[in-house]
Design a binder for this molecule. Sequence first.
Ligand code: ACO
Length: 402
Amino acid sequence: TVGPDVIDVRSLVAKGKFTYDPGFVSTASCESKITYIDGGAGILLHRGYPIEQLAENSDFLETSYLLLHGELPTQEEKDKFVNTITHHTMVHEQLAQFFKGFRRDAHPMAVMIGVVGALSAFYHDSLDINDARHREIAAHRLIAKMPTLAAMVYKYNIGQPFMYPRNDLGYSENFLHMMFNTPCEEKEVNPVLARAMDKIFLLHADHEQNASTSTVRMAGSTGANPYACIASGIAALWGPAHGGANEAVLRMLDEIGDETQIDKYLAKAKDKNDPFRLMGFGHRVYKSYDPRATVMKKTCDEVLAELGLEDDPQLKMAMKLEKIALEDEYFKSRGLYPNVDFYSGIILKAIGIPTELFTVIFATGRTPGWIAHWNEMLANDYRIARPRQLYTGYAKRDYPKK
Ligand code: ACO
């Protein structure tokens, strides 16, 4: 029942002229100067700078600048960049109307895919992807508007009025202001929580050719506009094997319930006949500790201490689960360590961000990376992405005579 294509392509594979690589485990789809990962050694570099040093010394907007421009900004360049982003944080009032077409209980990622894609309907003035200045304006708009849209999704879900961004606040502080303040009560944003939020954004800013970034590049290779490309990245990020993992971690902790059930769930995770996997563990590239997880764990401890949540039973259970899994032979032998999402989920919960919004936070942090890759592709030679396949269907056959 195999068709002639199968035979043809298999012979090409055999001659080394065609690569069959499901999941793209060992296929490079592009050249890039943005991010380097050594999964075996647990190394992540953005434009050459180790993620640990960026997390310690930089902030999200500065790291975004680095990803986009290739170098750290001077103080003057940084001030200008922050000022530009700050002045692009508002969204068109008509976009607020667009939200109202969604059900209030819609998943925030479903709404984000729609509203980010819809930004292309508002910015006809800057959709020439061959113009570097247009690409830069789109980058600024997307980085600036993502937290505003994310907070609007939340406010719409809970039935509160949208909060306007405030130009006197920093990027992450502003996000928490739009999330948790109301027109009736505006509180100062806790600086420890604002710093933790900024670190979450920074640690998610880029991760080379992951599924969502590859999706953005692929959509971009057709000449699609930047807002449509980022909307496609958001869609790819939604899945539980990618950006949905931090949400899945919290759902898993709910399912496990309490410490007495940990062993039962670890056994399920090891059972190949059981689809259950330990969420927040394992990574396609890192087969040792995810360097972002180390930074995130420290931030997690700071946030729990600040909020007096060290004794929260679910968070204590998460820490115990992590400890047991790290010592377990099954996880050790497969290089399965906690990934960044194991801790980011715990921090976000402690800050008060609802589980359904976790992947939206990830998308907000990943936006500069998506845009940097899209821009890098367009600024250089590229071809439309068009993977091939190994056809395993029927050979040619005739339509049955009636
Ligand atoms: N729990 C239990 N076993 C696991 C887990 C897990 N979380 N992850 C991998 N394994 C096992 C597999 O069953 C397999 O075992 P085997 O060799 O006995 O067959 C082995 O480890 C290798 O796993 P693969 O599935 O080949 O690894 P892959 O690279 O394809 O998958 C992935 C990586 C998707 C991240 C996987 O580890 C997973 O599903 N983890 C849970 C979801 C998660 O946390 N995702 C977040 C990724 S990080 C991010 O997107 C920011």
